[in-house]
Design a protein around this ligand. Structure first.
Ligand code: HEC
Ligand code: HEC
Ligand code: HEC
Ligand code: HEC
Ligand code: HEC
Ligand code: HEC
Length: 383
């Protein structure tokens, strides 16, 4: 029965198939150049490599190439890069399509975006491959600052030559030309000492510790350029043990209106809104860290001691990234306490020190250091 039915209407069924096949494929055939390219899902290794070359601006001659990595770092950087790094944009766009990427590259909106994504000559095909590379990059992440393998190799080589020269000079005595030994010893010694010195300085790294923060917040922009007072944000520095890091509400006081920055566009400031809207505090990384067994109070130093922030923290208003400039060692605290003259006579805080006040009146002492008030007694700083 089915077979005879099929034989009877054979030609018309074919016809219907033909028509519907055409009907479904026609629009796709017309828009092939744009949309379907953007929605490709699988790529060969070669295509991803081409995407990578496009991202690094290597696929076209210099006058046409766009080097995305010039602005979007692919390696960890020591200095502040205001542009979002390659990993950040890759993760941000992982759930989006190549068409979204095309829009932000070829039809940018927003003041900053228009300024930086300008005149890119990229085809839909190019953008799709760049997107394929970015998807892969979101898993790879940024490369560390610099490889140390070659340094290590030269260090071992120098040490080996040094030992060889010493051994031959004193024990084996194979080579008779002594100046050769001496020059090898001189050169390798200088090299080894130099390498060790550089590494030793790096070991005390916490002194210039300056981690990347979750938002590229700059003191140079806020405390410097906009002259916002330290206490506006670090509101407890005059009244409490800790200075305090401002909650996101404080940022919102201004950023409700300031929606875009000169250097970073909207990419960084939008993180403030995300944190505010989702009620998630920004996870700032603490730069200065004293061990738990040490007692330190900001109020005591800034008010009673009358010490400026900059004496301990350096010129914060010039820093894009906060750097720890003091080593926070016990020696650092004690040194200042030994030398620092307090504003004993003028500061009402000190009137309770009767004995010392009497000595001043009697003309026995002229100035009062922190040490004279007991500032080097163990129990003052240790719990
Ligand atoms: C007293 C006002 C004020 C407060 C408070 C404030 N900002 Fe800003 N911020 C500004 C202004 C003004 C700019 C624009 C500077 C420019 O474009 O030169 C800015 C710019 C920025 C930028 C972009 C910088 C650039 O040039 O691209 C970031 C990021 C930023 N602020 C983060 C924060 C964070 C995080 C907080 C809270 C801890 C905060 N701000 C609190 C006034 C403020
Ligand atoms: C001259 C520097 C510069 C170059 C070159 C550049 N970008 Fe950007 N890009 C930026 C800046 C700055 C932003 C952030 C702007 C903002 O948020 O207002 C950005 C933002 C982005 C974003 C995030 C957009 C969003 O929706 O927030 C993506 C994705 C991106 N760029 C991809 C690329 C790709 C791919 C290339 C290479 C074809 C490229 N960029 C080249 C500076 C650059
Ligand atoms: C607009 C708000 C704002 C102003 C104004 C401001 N700061 Fe900050 N400060 C912050 C934020 C946010 C952080 C945390 C992120 C960071 O370390 O950069 C911070 C961090 C710091 C730190 C490092 C804290 C740690 O983790 O150990 C020091 C030190 C500091 N500020 C000193 C200053 C001084 C000094 C001034 C005045 C010259 C100042 N700040 C003005 C917002 C501000
Ligand atoms: C006598 C030195 C000294 C002075 C002056 C000083 N600080 Fe500090 N500051 C420190 C030390 C030490 C720490 C680390 C404290 C800790 O880890 O408990 C610190 C930590 C901080 C922190 C991060 C931790 C916290 O307390 O919230 C901020 C922010 C800060 N200081 C801001 C300021 C500001 C703003 C001023 C000026 C009003 C200032 N400091 C004055 C020594 C000083
Ligand atoms: C730049 C100088 C300076 C540095 C650095 C400094 N202090 Fe002080 N400190 C002072 C002055 C000035 C006073 C006097 C204020 C007072 O007597 O209350 C003081 C007072 C104190 C007191 C109270 C002493 C008392 O007699 O009650 C303590 C505790 C203290 N400092 C701890 C520390 C610790 C801990 C550090 C290091 C992490 C430190 N200070 C670093 C200047 C400094
Ligand atoms: C002015 C403040 C101050 C005074 C006074 C002080 N200390 Fe300390 N001490 C510190 C600080 C700050 C550290 C943490 C230094 C560090 O981690 O490098 C510390 C660390 C130490 C440590 C641990 C050392 C280590 O390497 O972790 C010992 C032990 C110690 N102090 C003993 C003493 C004794 C004993 C006295 C009295 C003679 C004393 N301290 C007086 C500030 C002080």
């Amino acid at each position: 029965m089915t077979r005879s039915f099929y034989r009877k209407y054979n030609s018309s069924i074919h016809f219907i198939f033909l028509i519907s096949a055409l009907a479904f494929n026609m629009p796709a055939a017309f828009t092939q150049s744009a949309d379907t390219v953007y929605y490709r899902k699988t790529f060969t290794g070669e295509e991803i490599t081409r995407g990578e070359r496009l991202f690094y601006g290597l696929a076209y001659p210099a006058d046409r190439a766009v080097n995305c990595s010039k602005c979007h770092n692919t390696i960890v950087s020591d200095t502040l890069n205001w542009n979002p790094d390659a990993q950040v944009i890759s993760i941000q766009y992982k759930s989006k399509s190549a068409l979204d990427l095309s829009n932000v590259l070829l039809k940018p909106t927003g003041k900053k975006m228009v300024e930086v994504h300008k005149g890119f000559q990229l085809t839909p095909e190019d953008i799709t491959l760049i997107k394929a590379f970015m998807d892969k990059f979101s898993d790879i992440g940024l490369s560390p600052h610099k490889p140390v393998i070659t340094n290590l190799f030269f260090f071992i080589l120098a040490s080996f030559l040094f030992l060889l020269a010493v051994t031959d000079l004193i024990i084996t005595k194979r080579i008779k030309v002594k100046p050769l030994h001496y020059s090898i010893l001189a050169i390798t010694t200088v090299y080894i000492v130099a390498v060790l010195a550089v590494d030793a300085i790096r070991l005390g790294r916490t002194r210039s510790y300056a981690p990347d923060q979750p938002i590229k917040f700059s003191h140079a922009v806020h405390a410097g350029q906009n002259k916002t007072d330290c206490i506006y944000c670090h509101s407890y520095a005059h009244s409490s043990k800790v200075a305090g890091i401002p909650p996101v509400n404080v940022c919102m006081n201004c950023h409700l209106l300031v929606r875009s920055g000169t250097r970073s566009g909207t990419s960084e400031i939008s993180k403030i809104y995300k944190s505010h809207d989702n009620n998630l505090p920004v996870r700032w990384i603490k730069v200065h860290n004293l061990p738990d067994h040490v007692f330190f109070s900001h109020a005591q130093h800034t008010v009673a001691g009358g010490i400026a922030c900059s004496e301990c923290h350096g010129k914060a208003e010039q820093m894009n990234i906060i750097v720890q400039i003091s080593d926070l060692s016990m020696g650092w605290c004690i040194n200042c306490h030994r030398l620092k003259k307090t504003s004993f006579r003028t500061n009402r805080f000190f009137t309770e020190y009767r004995e010392i006040n009497d000595s001043i009146k009697a003309g026995m002492i002229d100035t009062v250091t922190v040490e004279m008030l007991g500032g080097t007694e163990c129990a003052k700083c240790h719990y």
